[in-house]
Design a protein around this ligand. Sequence first.
Ligand SMILES: Cc1cc2nc3c(=O)[nH]c(=O)nc-3n(C[C@H](O)[C@H](O)[C@H](O)COP(=O)(O)OP(=O)(O)OC[C@H]3O[C@@H](n4cnc5c(N)ncnc54)[C@H](O)[C@@H]3O)c2cc1C
Length: 433
Amino acid sequence: MHIAIIGNGISGVTAARHVRKRSDHRITLISAESDYFFSRTALMYIYMGHLTFDQTKPYDDGFWARNRIDRLRARVKAVRPETNTLLLSDGRDIAYDRLVIATGSSPNKFGWPGQDLEGVQGLYSLQDLELLEQNAPNKNTCRRAVIVGGGLIGIELAEMLRSRDIQVTFLVRESSFWNGVLPDRDSALLNRHIREHHIDLRLQTNLKEILPGENGRVQAVVTDSGETIPCDLVGLTAGVSPNIGFLKGSGIDLDRGVLVNRYLETNLPGIYAIGDCAQQRAPMKGRKAVEAVWYTGRMMGETVAHSLCGQPTEYRPGPWFNSAKFLDVEFHTYGWVSPEQAQGVDEAHYHWRHADKPICLTLAYRISDGGLLGVNALGMRLRHEVFERWLSDGLPIGEVVNRMDQALFDPEFSGDYSRQIRRAFATHQPQPS
Ligand SMILES: Cc1cc2nc3c(=O)[nH]c(=O)nc-3n(C[C@H](O)[C@H](O)[C@H](O)COP(=O)(O)OP(=O)(O)OC[C@H]3O[C@@H](n4cnc5c(N)ncnc54)[C@H](O)[C@@H]3O)c2cc1C
């Protein structure tokens, strides 16, 4: 049986590895982006000089031949389920018996005037990184950058540019950084932290237009307040969307992403979708239909491999978790801590904050029975398996606080705040925050 996988990111590669562990099927891994799998989350460290590209490759180059995983550098132009073939952009056809679509995402563009000018770019692919080297090699060539969109990739791009001393203005539509995801107090801590890193954070500010200079390159942006900000680079980081354009007309059901059932199967037999590009038809409780994060891609890749090897397996990701880094503040989240505007009536928050460092913890729990709903930690690391268990058990908030010392990952390095967290909880009033 020949399994073709479109996309050699974390989801496609995990699927390939696990199919190989379980079978002798022929595997072809197709990518338009790179010959070898690399860690997309480490892209920033290449620009910042902390890692070389080779150091972002989790496997040595011989791994693929040793494991009989064929690599094909090509763009798939169309999928033809009626003949079980893929049409490549160079005109070649590839036949498959089973197909896995693992094509990831691309940065959003919302039709802004000037969005395709030279010097305007997203940050997603290796090619984006190469372009950034051209657009922003140093502070003499690129004096100021404007970043549009206040998410995780936006803050990474800001940190990258600041590492070369390039001035950064950061346009964020929301009234506080990432407050569509974080409660106000967590978000306020990040606003301060971003500004302390000399990033010109503009809240409630939208991009209206990007203006060219005489050479046709970007020269300035105009915001919705009418301000013109001169710049040499515009970074578009207003979210990502699944790469599904090439699937139109294939007969595969599409919405925002490729629609899949719990087994990660599309509407057509033998065709699956995983990772950023997959959209669950019926998302599990507490999970979103499209989850564009690294670890979900990995879990989907492993799950689909079971189905491809004759053991149909449901995707069961368990409680939501994620981690990120905002400049030098680490962020861990498990379960759900709703921002104020999305908070249900049966949800309250206990918030603890360090007196003078950017460190805080927010625990969300049900008012009715005290059961734990989620945790956000900024500036401290938490133990995944401990919170997964506590969330599954719905451990009462008082118990969670009492046992915080079990949940801190590396108190010897980042500090043991469990006593302070416990002490402050004594005066906590259980009401919606
Ligand atoms: C800068 C950055 C930082 C990030 N940081 C984090 C983080 O800290 N934590 C986290 O959880 N997530 C993070 N993410 C998101 C995470 O990297 C993605 O969710 C994950 O890499 C998606 O994996 P994937 O396998 O679904 O797709 P991708 O990694 O996008 O791989 C898909 C591949 O398919 C290729 N492809 C697409 N269409 C075709 C076609 N038609 N033909 C051939 N090839 C095609 C693409 O070129 C690409 O190489 C970050 C993303 C970026 C860009």
